[in-house]
Design a protein around this ligand. Sequence first.
Ligand code: SIN
Ligand code: FE
Length: 288
Amino acid sequence: MKSQVFTVDAASWRPNCDPQAIQALEDGKVLYFPRLGFALSPQEQALLRPGLQAEGARNISLDAQGRLKGVAGDAAVQAAAGALISRFSASATSLVNSLFPDYAVYLRAAPASLRPIEVSTRRQSWRADDRRLHVDAFPSRPNRGERILRVFANINPRGEPRSWRIGEPFADMAKRFLPQVRPYSPLKARLLDKLGITKSLRSEYDHLMLQLHDAMKSDDRYQREAPQQAMDFPAGTAWVCFSDQTSHAAMSGQHMLEQTFHLPVDRQYNREASPLGLLTALAGHSLI
Ligand code: SIN
Ligand code: FE
């Protein structure tokens, strides 16, 4: 497999626009910034302990309205955790606005998160297990092709990497699994919407993305034998990808910051390269 990682040499959260990086991103590659660290103050470093996360929470998040979730601790701890995530959110926003200037006004920030839990030993159902190669797709939030752009920074204080596996290009994965996915049922989609199980009507696109997510994760042989590369993101580095397109699995690592953005599919430089563009071409009919 050709490398699915594109290295960007920038050392600033406000780098110059780089057309090659844009093309690599839209081709589904991970943009890797080996010189782009998100430095923490000693007070911020002191927050990095597993006990920071409230029991039962999947991660710690701060939404665009400033609502903080998932922190255990008193008001001072809450404020410090919120301030750290907010500071990262500002850096991540500056990074994507500088790198992808044509996206800038169309990006919508989803919650940012702090992930203080070691991922290698987390026990989860196969469907929730992000140690299995997958593309991101969310059962309750149909997005009709809207993109999921994510910025990650490894802030591990002991110098431990975040270890990912990165899988084959989206079109190869889709061609492999589409023949076996369950067909879309408009009736079922309406029912899920009526019952409030989905936040809006699940389109055929959303159905296919979920089916692909599940088909990948549930296939042990695919997990072992699919084209893939191991990628360790060292502490003090950052990376960016369209996680609805890039096949990824997080194998180990602790303490990461992450910011998600949504982008209307029509605001990409090349719409045809998106999962919606690729799946529509493979299906031969409109999916939204
Ligand atoms: C994921 O989005 O699958 C998880 C990424 C990570 O925890 O590194
Ligand atoms: Fe994921």
